[in-house]
Every structure is written in C-alpha cells, then in structure tokens.
Ligand binder design. Structure first.
Ligand code: UDP
Length: 452
C-alpha cells in the first residue's frame, strides 16, 4: 500500500449513477495520492462499500420516501434531496469534525457534488472547506452562467424555434438548451441558479474533462467564475485497477461474447442509468439494429422501458426482431466494453460520463440525447469535435441502420473514425506525467494541502 499523508477527505456524491461513478473515481485518484477517503452517502442509491475496501463509508438518513419519490423526475428529486439532507448531513459532518482529535486522520476538506448546493452553507458554518465536483462538461456549465440571457430570449419556447442556432452559443441549437425538455423549466432554472451561486462561492471546482477538449470555454469559465478550476479528465484513465461503483450487477458475459466478434465490428448501445423509452421506441431500436446487419451489444436495464414489466412480458417478440445477431444485457462493465477491440461505435444518450469514456477509447458515437445536458454534449460530439453523428432523421429503423453502417464500415465515416482516434491520443496524453490533466491533479492536491 502507498504512503498515507495524514489528511482525510470527505466525499459526498449525488446519489445517481452518473454522479456516483466520477466521485468514487475521484476518491480512488486522491487515495492513490496519499489521502484517506470517507464517502458520505445517502441511504437512497447507496454505493457498495465492499467494492472499495480502502474507503470508509458513512451513511446519512435522507428520509426519502422512495415509494413517493419519482425516479424519472430527476430535477424534482435533486431539489427534494437538497432539502431533506441538510440536517442529517450537518449532524454527521459536525460529529466527524468533533471526533477530529480522536480520529487517526483529521479532515482536510469536503468534496461535494456541485448539485448539492446546501453543502456550501453547512461547510461554512462548520468551518470546513468545500470543494465541488462538477460531473458535467465545462461547456454546459458556461451555458448555465448565461442562463438568464437565454431564458429572457428563448423562453417560453415555441416549436418553430427549436432548430434555430443559439446566437450567443453557436453551434448549439435552441433544442439543445438543457431546460427545453423539462416538464417544469422553472425548477431547472432554480437548480441552475443555485449551482452557479454555489460554484462561485466555492474554493475550487473539479471537472471530468480536459483542457484540450474544452478550450476556450474553460478559459472563459475561469474568468466568469473567478475560482480555481481543475480539469482532471478523463479521470478513469488515472486508475490502473478497475473497481466498479455500479448500482446494478455488471453482466460480464458480454466480454467473452465480444472476444468472439471481429475487430471494430460491434455497435455498443446504452442510454445510461436514467433514460426510459416507450415500447414502440425500443422495438424500432431493435429493428434498426437488425437492419444494420452489424453485431451489437445492447444494455436494456430494468427501467429502460417505461413499462417496467415489459421486458419480462414480451421477450420473444422482442428478441425475434434481433435474429441472433447481438447480445442483450441488463448492465455492462461499460468502460471495459468501450476499450474492447471488437467495439467500433457507441450508440449513446450522451450522458457526460459515457461521452468522456467513449472519447478516451476513440470510439465514434451515434448520438441520441434524451434530456438535461445531453443535447449540448451530443452537439459538441457531432458538430465541434466531429467524432460522431446525430440521429437527425429520427428514431426510424432504416435511418438507424444507415447511421450505424456509416460509423462502422462505410467510407463516409472514415474521417469521423480518424478524428476519434486523434482525440483518443490527446486524452491519453493529458493524463500522462506533464499532461494537462496530470498537472491539474498536482495543482488540486497542492490546493487541498495548502488550505489549512
Ligand atoms: N454504465 C455502466 N454500465 C452500463 C451503462 C452505464 O457501467 O451498462 C455507466 C457508464 O460507464 C457511466 C454511467 O454508468 O459511467 C452513466 O453515466 P452517464 O453520465 O453516461 O449517464 P446517466 O446515467 O447519468 O444518464
């Protein structure tokens, strides 16, 4: 085991898969730099301590009535957690601070998910420094800083304007703005407002991105926010060993199935941990995959279909469409899948983690954003980095098949595949000694240590 540096960090992830993964990764990176790590977590979506034997875990009673909380209304759930967690979090943190003298390793600072906006106030009261982890891209955060302007100009949205370019932020289209798809944009705007205030008052923000990917936006953000920013992505590339923070069991049989497929032939299909489709959409995806005549690996998790029993109810009809060409699993070891030589393209909802994981393996993307920041991520993949295509013609089988073939086999997709490999090389370089993310990590460690 490497040497401990006698400083403990308390990490507090937002309890969703796309937030838990980068926070626990950050924990592993900082553990490797000598810090002791305590993960403070809600009972809701609690991580599994046995996957992280080097960390200490403490849970807080969030008081969330899971039968009443709608897991499809993420902004509503975040807002609720920001109310419910205040007292138990403060109590737990106070207790940990008062144990300081008795604890072997004293607390150096708190690192909280930036959407847990209440933690700043609590940390201030208890005189603990509270750095923030922002789990989305820097570009989206910059977009949030100009939210009042966008709100004034584009809301309420009229359908006819959806394809308009956002003049303040080309090449984004109006339909890419995060609140567009929200049932209740007011709530989303409040969350964004709280997020920006929290970040501006924090002593620093950590991102899972890298300078070469998001310059010049990172430079603009530094100016607008006036706080130190630490882009240390792709963070999973700092970790040599893999340990999973998945809330669902990973089905590793897909790796041996991939072993049998030709190089770069497989389209990997996953829409993350939250997005849900209608039965008709899922069937069209199945037919599109069959039409593409390429092997596929598809994650259909419980919850992928709006009707939770659908997958169990109608497997034969569902599988009929697939003609034995692919493999379906409920949850995959995604990073390992994307790094597998048989995988040639990724059909994704463009959650930020999936996007970064794909970039860092040089896998071109078929983009199908569903909500939140995904429209922004997808636009950057297709129009700025040009390492993927949007499913512009809609979710229709022939259109799907055409896009898959273009990405995987046709000459038309050659430049996209090449650009994806160039970007992969840049991503690899930045986590090597002297690379931009490596330096940002050094700066982060010094920042934490200098804060006492
Ligand atoms: N993931 C995984 N196995 C799967 C699907 C997803 O391990 O079968 C992981 C993926 O690697 C990523 C996270 O779950 O780290 C999903 O986060 P993302 O930001 O892409 O999307 P979200 O789930 O937040 O919509």
């Amino acid at each position: 085991m490497n040497q401990r540096n006698n400083h403990r960090l308390i990490l507090f992830p937002l309890p969703f898969q796309g937030h838990i993964n980068p926070m626990l990764l950050l924990g592993r990176i900082l553990y490797a730099r000598g810090f002791s790590i305590t993960i403070l977590h809600t009972n809701f979506n609690a991580p599994d301590p046995s996957s992280h034997p080097h960390f200490a875990f403490r849970s807080i009673a969030d008081g969330l009535d899971q039968s009443k909380a709608s897991k499809s209304d993420i902004p509503g759930l975040i807002s609720l957690l920001n109310t419910l967690c205040v007292s138990p979090f403060e109590e737990c943190l106070r207790e940990m601070m008062s144990l300081q003298s008795g604890e072997a390793v004293p607390v150096a600072c708190l690192i909280s998910d930036s959407l847990f906006s209440f933690t700043c106030g609590v940390a201030e009261r208890l005189k603990v420094r509270a750095l923030m982890l922002r789990t989305g891209c820097a570009t989206c955060l910059y977009l949030y800083t100009i939210c009042p302007v966008l709100k004034e100009k584009y809301f309420p949205i009229h359908g006819s304007r959806l394809q308009e370019t956002v003049k303040e932020f080309p090449p984004l289209l109006v339909r890419d703005i995060p609140a567009m798809d929200s049932q209740e944009p007011g709530l989303l705007f409040r969350l964004v407002d709280d997020l920006i205030k929290t970040i501006k008052s924090s002593p620093g923000v950590i991102f899972n991105t890298f300078e070469e990917l998001e310059q010049p936006v990172i430079a603009s953000l530094r100016e607008v926010l006036s706080v130190p920013l630490f882009p240390i992505g792709p963070s999973h590339k700092f970790c040599v060993t893999s340990s999973s923070s998945s809330l669902l069991a990973e089905d590793r049989s897909c790796i041996s199935w991939l072993d049998e497929q030709p190089p770069k032939s497989v389209i990997y299909v996953s829409f993350g941990s939250v997005a849900a489709m209608s039965e008709a959409e899922i069937l069209e995806i199945a037919l599109g995959l069959a039409c593409s005549e390429q092997p596929f690996l598809w994650v259909v998790r419980p919850g992928s279909v709006c009707d939770p029993e659908w997958l169990e109810k109608s497997p034969s009809r569902f599988l009929e469409a697939l003609e034995g060409r692919g493999k379906i699993v409920k949850w995959a070891p995604q990073k390992e899948v994307l790094a597998h030589p048989a995988v040639g393209a990724f059909w994704t909802h463009n959650g930020w983690n999936s996007t970064v994981e794909s970039i860092s393996e040089g896998v071109p993307m078929l983009c199908m954003p569903c909500f939140a920041d995904q429209g922004v991520n997808a636009r950057y993949v297709s129009d700025v980095w040009r390492i993927g295509v949007n499913l512009n013609g809609g979710l229709e089988r022939e259109n799907i098949a055409r896009a898959i073939k273009r990405l995987l086999v046709e000459r038309e997709g050659e430049e996209i595949r090449e650009r994806a490999l160039v970007l992969k090389e840049k991503a690899s370089a930045c986590v090597r000694q002297g690379g931009s993310s490596y330096q940002a990590l050094d700066a982060l460690v010094s920042h934490i240590l200098s804060s006492e």
